[in-house]
Design a protein around this ligand. Sequence first.
Ligand SMILES: Nc1nc2c(ncn2[C@@H]2O[C@H](COP(=O)(O)OP(=O)(O)OP(=O)(O)O)[C@@H](O)[C@H]2O)c(=O)[nH]1
Ligand SMILES: [Mg+2]
Length: 259
Amino acid sequence: MEGMEKWTNQLQQWLYQVEHWVHQTPASSLYVAIGVIFFTPLILLLISLFRRTKSNTIVLAGLTGSGKTTLFYQLRDGSPHLGTATSMEPNEGSFMLHSEFSKRGKIKPVHVVDVPGHSRLRPNLDKYLPQTAGLIFVVDAVEFLPNCRATAEYLYDILAKASLVKRKIHVLIVCNKTDKVTAHTKEFIRKQLEKEMDKLRASRTAISDADIANEFTLGVTGEAFTFSQCHNKVTIAEASGLTGDIAQIEQFIREHVKP
Ligand SMILES: Nc1nc2c(ncn2[C@@H]2O[C@H](COP(=O)(O)OP(=O)(O)OP(=O)(O)O)[C@@H](O)[C@H]2O)c(=O)[nH]1
Ligand SMILES: [Mg+2]
């Protein structure tokens, strides 16, 4: 009972001190203090919400057999998991890049989605594009020529998608399988793709507007198509998912998903 009385007295003393301080402090300073007390948590809450909505998704797309799943495993485990079969559904996971394992705990994980290249499974891509921070388009640099047209068609569809164009999503074209001596160089692949996409553009703009599924037309009318004319930034790199030569891919990922 005595202890309770002691506490009540102490509380009254504190209240008196606060009242005294309020009377002595100018009104403007009081408003500032109240403002800081109420607005700081609000601003902190907004900052954390903004940070959370920043995407950490990287999408791997490209024709079937180009090596997306091999690259996915190489990024995650540092090994190609030889013998991967044609993927039947998207392969996704949030992880630390294998090469960054020593920094574990301090860096942000990356959400990587590998979308199968089979034409019937490609529509899965639309589900992931609105949350993509960067898109990696994988090309088989060995079997490039026989697949040049199909590659250009798929890439054209991607580069014309409103969900990528409006947010100016960076697209990295990866010429994979450079461990093979017969692999074409990235400069050769870039030029061939530009030529093929130029032809595609001519045929696609000839179709009536109602038939065009793409929201944007690529390039500059009247000029030969080049990737530099695209609304998005398009760059080209070389890699080998088999031997783990993926430094340029990792650099691209970390450019768009800050560690
Ligand atoms: N030489 C060589 N072979 C590779 C490389 N990357 C993948 N491959 C081989 O290419 C084949 C196809 O690789 P996947 O990773 O399954 O291809 P994908 O793009 O996932 O194919 P889908 O799932 O059908 O869309 C496999 O036999 C791989 O072992 C590479 O860098 N070099
Ligand atoms: Mg696959």
